[in-house]
Design a binder for this molecule. Structure first.
Ligand code: COI
Length: 349
């Protein structure tokens, strides 16, 4: 086991935080984890006071975007125990993203003990359930100054923590995006690469200007297969069946997506994870069998959709979302420890 050096901050900012109004990703805790990679090895893993990092202007991440990240959360149980939700899934996905971006693997034991030690040190920052949870953001970037286009040889991995409330504060009005594409076949869409989020910004900004909260991404070839919703995965309830886009190299397979599929099957809800098309949704809406749509993600948890603009018509949904509501409550009760963890998903800190 690699030893993590712990250097404590002599002061804390926690008293300046209004836990009633956390928003998403606006506040950061007092410490971060950092490890550097060079000569084929992770060196100097340390937990130290939160501070700025110095970057050389020739750093290749700033030029060519060799950067990946993850998102998971720590939850406060009613008895004040703190637990993580399926952290191994995020660690595996991080290393899969690293492979796609020619970056080094982070050993699982180092990664998990970094998360646990950092969250343990910052446990007072984990909000009570009524306020939210503690978002954990691990990320890695090339940390070498050179301007040739090649994978770097030096990297930095950092974990920061942010107490968060809801990502969305109301159900979403969305449109189907048929011009822009988030990711294409053979691209980096299944990696949690910073570049995928950069590609999404302009279309999202346009959608917001047109009055939508988010957009439904469609495939880059025919713009008819649904891929994702904003920065999260997509689900539609058609004929009481949960339908979701098929995993592919243009879709980021979420930990929440996987958990919802397993929970739904456990609750007796049929799941079709072989894809859902825009045409299928339009027809199902017209016949009355498309009854709910929602997105799933660590940040978004489960966020329901109140309207979808299909270009030629607008679909509107009843706002009581019975299936999304049931799945959300069941999932959150496991995450916050008020329901039995039948799948063994939680990890105590
Ligand atoms: C997450 O749900 O963790 C995400 O990655 C969304 C984030 C980019 C806000």
């Amino acid at each position: 086991m690699i030893r993590i050096d712990i250097q404590k901050n002599s002061s804390s900012k926690i008293s300046s935080i209004d836990f009633n109004n956390l928003g998403f990703g606006e506040f950061f805790t007092d410490h971060l984890f950092q490890a550097n990679y060079e000569h084929d090895d992770w060196i100097t893993p340390v937990i130290k006071p939160m501070d700025k990092i110095a970057i050389h202007p020739g750093n290749s991440t700033l030029h060519y975007g060799q950067a990946i990240f993850e998102g998971l959360k720590a939850y406060r149980k009613a008895n004040n125990d703190i637990q993580l939700f399926r952290p191994e899934k995020n660690i595996d996905r991080f290393n899969k993203s690293a492979t796609r971006l020619c970056m080094p693997q982070v050993p699982k034991d180092l990664f998990l003990s970094a998360i646990k030690s950092l969250v343990d040190l910052e446990r007072k920052w984990v909000p009570e359930r009524k306020y939210g949870s503690l978002y954990i953001r691990p990320f890695m970037f090339a940390n070498e100054a050179f301007l040739g286009v090649r994978p770097a040889e030096k990297y930095t991995m950092i974990i920061i923590l942010s107490p968060v409330g809801s990502y969305y504060n109301k159900p979403l009005n969305v449109k189907v995006e048929r011009n822009f594409t988030r990711a294409v076949r053979g691209g980096i869409g299944s990696a949690k690469a910073a570049a995928n989020y950069a590609a999404s910004l302009y279309p999202m900004q346009q959608a917001k200007k047109q009055g939508y909260d988010q957009l439904i991404w469609t495939d880059g070839q025919n713009h008819n297969n649904v891929e994702e919703l904003g920065t999260a995965n997509f689900f539609a309830v058609i004929d009481n069946k949960l339908c979701t886009p098929k995993a592919s190299d243009s879709i980021l397979e979420g930990v929440t997506r996987d958990s919802i599929i397993q929970l739904a099957r456990h609750l007796g809800i049929e799941v079709d994870d072989n894809g859902v098309s825009v045409t299928q949704m339009e027809e199902a809406y017209r016949t009355g069998s498309l009854t709910e749509c929602f997105s799933t993600g660590t940040a978004a948890v489960i966020s329901s959709i109140v309207s979808i603009d299909f270009d030629n018509f607008k679909a509107e949904f009843n706002t009581n979302f019975p299936i999304a509501g049931l799945l959300k409550n069941t999932l959150m009760d496991i995450q916050f420890g008020s329901n039995k963890d039948i799948f063994n998903w939680t990890v105590k800190v």
